[in-house]
Design a protein around this ligand. Structure first.
Ligand SMILES: Nc1ncnc2c1ncn2[C@@H]1O[C@H](COP(=O)(O)OP(=O)(O)OP(=O)(O)O)[C@@H](O)[C@H]1O
Ligand SMILES: [Mg+2]
Length: 401
C-alpha cells in the first residue's frame, strides 16, 4: 500500500464496519465522539463517585457539591454538581462547557468534560491531590508545610494562570471568584486555578435571581460590588487579597488581628507605611522567609488592591514585577476596602468608610468619594444593590439581575 493509501486507510479504519462487529463498532464510534466532545455518561460518574457517596464529598460551594471519583481508566476526578437553580438552556451550557474544556494551562485546573442528565448539569475536573489552599493556610496544622518558597511559587503560579485566562486563552475569561478555596495544589505544590469560567455557565441575562454568584465577601473589588462594573481588574483585586492572605495566613473576611485596622488590607497598609510590613507575615514562615521577596509581595498585594481599578496593574504587569528583582514597582496608596466606595472624585476633608463611619485615619490617600453614584460607572445595572444583597453562609454573594 502506498504511503497516501495507508494514511487514508488508517483514517477511515474506525468507521469501517464488518457486519459481525457492526454493533460494537457503532459503540466505538460513539465512544470516540463522546471523548472528543468531552461528554461523560451519567452512569460513568455515578460509578466513579460510588453514587455520589457522602464519603466522597470534597466540599460544597456556591454552585453545588463536589465529589471525588475514579474512572475505570484510573484517572481521579472531581465532579461538580451544578445547582438546579440555573435556568440556562442545554445547548448554551454545552457550548460554554466545550469552550472551557479547551482552556489549558499549567496553572489552571483541567476540565475533563461535562454531563447533562435530566435537569442535572455536572462538570468533571481532574482531581488535584492537595485540594484547596484554604484548607492549608488558614489555622490548619498543615500550614507549616506551605513554607515561604512554596507560597512564593503559588503567588507566581496563580499570576501566570490568571494572565492566561485574561489574555492568552481563546477569549478573555474573567474569573470573578479568585480566592483561597479556588486555588488547588497538585502533588508538586503547583497551584491550579479552579472554577474559572463558572460565570459563563450562568449567563447574565437569566431570569432567576440568586443563582449566579458574583463573588465572595472579602475578595470583591469595590467598583464591582458597588456598581457592577466588571473588568479584569476585579480579578486583580481578588488576587491582591489572596497574596496578602498567603503571606499572613489570615482570612480577609474574618480579620481580627488588630482592632485599629478595618481589614487585612488596611492592616497591611498601615504596617507598610510604618516600615514594619514584615510584622504581618505568618509566624510559621519565620525560618523559611526570604524577607526581600516577602516585602515585594506585600507591596504587590497592596498595589493590586487599590480602590481605583486604573491604579491596579494588569496581570501581565504583575508577572513582569514578579520576574524582576525587588524595587521596580509603583508606590501603593491606601488600598480600597473590599466592597467599599472608591475615590474617583476630588478629595473631601472627611470620607466615609465602607461601614459608613467617618474615616480620617490617613488623609494622604484614604478619602473615598461620598458621592460615588456620580462617577463614570453609575450607569451600570446592578448599582449598589449588590452591596446589601443576601450573602450565604460561605460569604457568597448572589448576583442581582
Ligand atoms: N478539582 C478538584 N480537585 C480536588 N479538590 C477539589 C477540586 N475541586 C474542588 N475541590 C474541593 O472541593 C471543595 C468545594 O469546592 P467548591 O468549588 O464547590 O467550593 P468553594 O471553592 O469553597 O466555593 P465556590 O463555589 O465559590 O468555588 C473545595 O474546597 C476543594 O477543596
Ligand atoms: Mg471552588
Amino acid at each position: 500500500m502506498s504511503k497516501s493509501n495507508s494514511f487514508f486507510h488508517n483514517l477511515i479504519k474506525p468507521f469501517k464496519f464488518s457486519s459481525s462487529r457492526e454493533g460494537q463498532n457503532e459503540d466505538d464510534i460513539q465512544n470516540i465522539a463522546a471523548q472528543e466532545q468531552k461528554i461523560f455518561p451519567y452512569e460513568t460518574l455515578v460509578a466513579a463517585t460510588k453514587n455520589f457517596h457522602i464519603l466522597n464529598k470534597l466540599g460544597e460551594g456556591g454552585f453545588g457539591p463536589v465529589f471525588k471519583g475514579k474512572l475505570n481508566d484510573g484517572r481521579e476526578i472531581a465532579v461538580k454538581k451544578l445547582s438546579h437553580r440555573s435556568s440556562q438552556g442545554k445547548t448554551q451550557f454545552i457550548n460554554e462547557a466545550k469552550l472551557l474544556a479547551r482552556v489549558q494551562h499549567r496553572n489552571v485546573v483541567n476540565l475533563f468534560g461535562y454531563c447533562i442528565h435530566g435537569s442535572e448539569k455536572l462538570l468533571v475536573y481532574e482531581y488535584v491531590p492537595r485540594e484547596s489552599l484554604d484548607k492549608l493556610i488558614f489555622k490548619s496544622k498543615k500550614r507549616e508545610e506551605v513554607d515561604w518558597k512554596r507560597r512564593y511559587e503559588i503567588i507566581i503560579g496563580v499570576a501566570r494562570g490568571l494572565l492566561y485566562l485574561h489574555e492568552d486563552s481563546h477569549n478573555c475569561i474573567i474569573h470573578r471568584d479568585i480566592k483561597a478555596s479556588n486555588i488547588l495544589l497538585d502533588e508538586k505544590w503547583v497551584p491550579k486555578i479552579a472554577d474559572f469560567g463558572l460565570a459563563r455557565l450562568f449567563p447574565e441575562n437569566q431570569t432567576h435571581v440568586n443563582t449566579r454568584v458574583a463573588g465572595t465577601n472579602g475578595y470583591l473589588a469595590p467598583e464591582y460590588l458597588m456598581h457592577g462594573h466588571l473588568s479584569v481588574k476585579a480579578d486583580v483585586f481578588s488576587y491582591g487579597v489572596l497574596v496578602l492572605e498567603l503571606i499572613s495566613g489570615q482570612r480577609n473576611s474574618s480579620f481580627d488581628m488588630d482592632v485599629n485596622a478595618q481589614n487585612l488590607l488596611d492592616w497591611a497598609y498601615k504596617l507598610y507605611k510604618k516600615g514594619r510590613a514584615l510584622e504581618m507575615v505568618d509566624p510559621t514562615l519565620a525560618s523559611s522567609l526570604v524577607s526581600e521577596q516577602a516585602e515585594m509581595c506585600i507591596k504587590l498585594g497592596l498595589l493590586c488592591t487599590q480602590g481605583d481599578p486604573q491604579q491596579r496593574p494588569t496581570m501581565g504587569r504583575v508577572v513582569v514585577i514578579l520576574s524582576r528583582k525587588p524595587g521596580h514597582m509603583e508606590e501603593p496608596a491606601r488600598p480600597g476596602a473590599p466592597g467599599s466606595r472608591y475615590r474617583r472624585m476630588p478629595r473631601r476633608p472627611f470620607a466615609m468608610s465602607s461601614s459608613g463611619d467617618v474615616d480620617d485615619s490617613d488623609s494622604h490617600t484614604s478619602e473615598f468619594s461620598t458621592n460615588y453614584g456620580t462617577n463614570t460607572n453609575s450607569d451600570t445595572p446592578t448599582t449598589s444593590s449588590n452591596a446589601t444583597a443576601q450573602v450565604d453562609h460561605r460569604g457568597k454573594r448572589p448576583m442581582q439581575v
